[in-house]
Ligand binder design. Sequence first.
Ligand SMILES: Nc1nc2c(ncn2[C@@H]2O[C@H](COP(=O)(O)OP(=O)(O)O)[C@@H](O)[C@H]2O)c(=O)[nH]1
Ligand SMILES: [Mg+2]
Length: 678
Amino acid sequence: MKISTPEKIRNFVVAGHNGCGKTTLCDLMLYKAGAVDRLGSVDAKTSISDFNPDEQEKRSSIYSSYLNCVWDDVQMFFTDTPGYGEFVGEMISSFRSCGFALLVADGVEGIEVGFTRGWKYSKQFLLPKLIVVNRLDREMADFDAVLEQLQETYGALVCVPMTIPVGKENSIDRVIHVLHTPDAEIPAELKDKVEKYRSQIMDAVAETDEALTEKYLAGEKLTPEETVTGLHAAVKSGALAPVYACVSGKDVGVKELMDGIAEMMPNPLERVRKTNDGNQMVPKSDGPAAAFVFKSALDPFIGQMAYIRVLTGTIKSNSDIYNLNTQSKERIGQLLLLNGKTQIPVDEVCPGCICGVAKLKATKTGDTLGDSLTENHPMPRQTYPAPVISYAIYATKSGEEDKIINGLQRLAECDPTLVIQRNDETHESLLGGMGEQHIMNAVKNLKALSKVDVNLEAPKIPYRETVTGRGEASYRHKKQSGGHGQFAEVHLRIEAIPEGFEFVNAIVGGAIPKNFIPAVEKGIHEAMERGPLAGCLVENMRVTVYDGKYHAVDSSEMAFKIATRRAFKEAMAKAKPVLMEPLLNVKIMVPDAYTGDVTGNLNHKRGRILGMSAEEGLQVLEAEVPQAEMQKYATELRSMTQGKGSHEISFARYDVVPANVMNEIIAKFKAENDEEEE
Ligand SMILES: Nc1nc2c(ncn2[C@@H]2O[C@H](COP(=O)(O)OP(=O)(O)O)[C@@H](O)[C@H]2O)c(=O)[nH]1
Ligand SMILES: [Mg+2]
């Protein structure tokens, strides 16, 4: 089999809130097009798209799944994405690899955060959009109400219906196509509406081209070909996001949707992308081929599987290609067309195709493959949102630490939103992700992959210590034990500076001989690794050694280090020491109804609200909040907003811990470290 007509390819991502019927819609499209011989069902755990056992258990998507079918003579590639914010990494990779977006909204709930996210990424990846209002058979479903909400949020002339339902709720059994349904088949009560939407669509169509505008204004009818060309242009430019009414559970409105996709949506040759060095990548059927690897997965049977999106040219099974990023040779084995877990060998693929290829030897997610090292250029790498939650990971069985880290690193190669980090301040290995479920899922996958168990704990907060004043102290270390003794005396001064660390040697007249100064500096560094207040890293100070004493026989580097550490501790105690804590920048997106609860909660968390704005129907709050208060925030926000809120975090800065909180931390540290004193 060969796929060699990019003009006949439609490549799209299906996105929206969880539960709005995306997977059901995808299963139905496969079935209607004859790609599968039975209709899959999420509820019966027979979905083609949700084929992973964890997804079947949950009856909801966790991973993106790659599907394809032929509708009329159009080859459709589509990607069913999970709606939960926690699996946003899967969504981003899919948006990147597709040519347009099919955004699904629920007929009862209307715009939910998953839909907003889909809209946001469609904009970010410059994807034209189609909208489906789905599950209209449910009680309280209201196409007109959802349409109104869409129009208010994204523009009345952007979201125009292409189909509308006949009947309401359970009685809906067909839709009317605003342009195609003959007048005789339109119920009287819908005639005005259809007329209105038809003229809105034709306005948008006419506006795409001067000649069409003139013809239209002169009252002439546009030909069907002109209409399709105009629709295509209006959708491609983003001026129009046609809305379709559907009941994916009952196969209502889906034929019209698939026809619309085939008829007016752009093909892969129409999308010019920028390469990493700013060149334009204009897709063609011929010339040196290029493809990028937008995702990898660990397939239980074939090991590492790369998912590629062909950008230009033709790629053949069992052929040589280059990895343009590493400039090394790569071998493409058997190319596979994917329908969920079904893999169909294919000999040749063209621009727009998405396929799997097993066992690339030196290619990672994000790399670009190409026939020519001179004519093809690597594509930019995708960035992913930073983790919003982190756990410290401990091996359940000691000795398995390395196995755990290796396993997690393999998982992270397939999921860029999983981040494994070693924190040298707290001496913990941290696993970061997009939410509780995401992390639990990773742990489950780790167990399956590496047969290891891990314990998750809230990570220690990397507090730091500093001073706000100035303090001087001296210490004489003197010991006489058996043979020759130990002697060193160090006088030093500590002062606050805004940032970093400075060491000043102000010794005159050799009170401490030059050769012992490095030992003094080392003693300071050692003391600063474990501060006197709570054993944290010490920073932002100048330390000046200004006097001391030595003994020709008994002084040693060790003696000077010990004296320095003691002097440091005393000087720091006099220099008004404080604890500092990491603050996070937190950006929270919630429907307005929850703003009060969310800000109230932030106040409890010692958060400081920096700004508030509205963005596509949601309130966006920006705040600075201590990291110590944010461990459970993903879960708290979900329950506070019934899953309608989302947030992003990034490190902001260190700030002084308020005295009452500081005293608690110090008391806790003292209690835990009571016995252990030098
Ligand atoms: N009433 C009704 N239920 C539907 C329809 N489409 C899907 N469902 C159900 O809605 C639930 C969520 O569907 P699913 O396809 O998994 O949604 P997804 O999370 O968007 O992929 C399942 O129980 C489906 O059976 C529909 O058109 N009408
Ligand atoms: Mg789903």
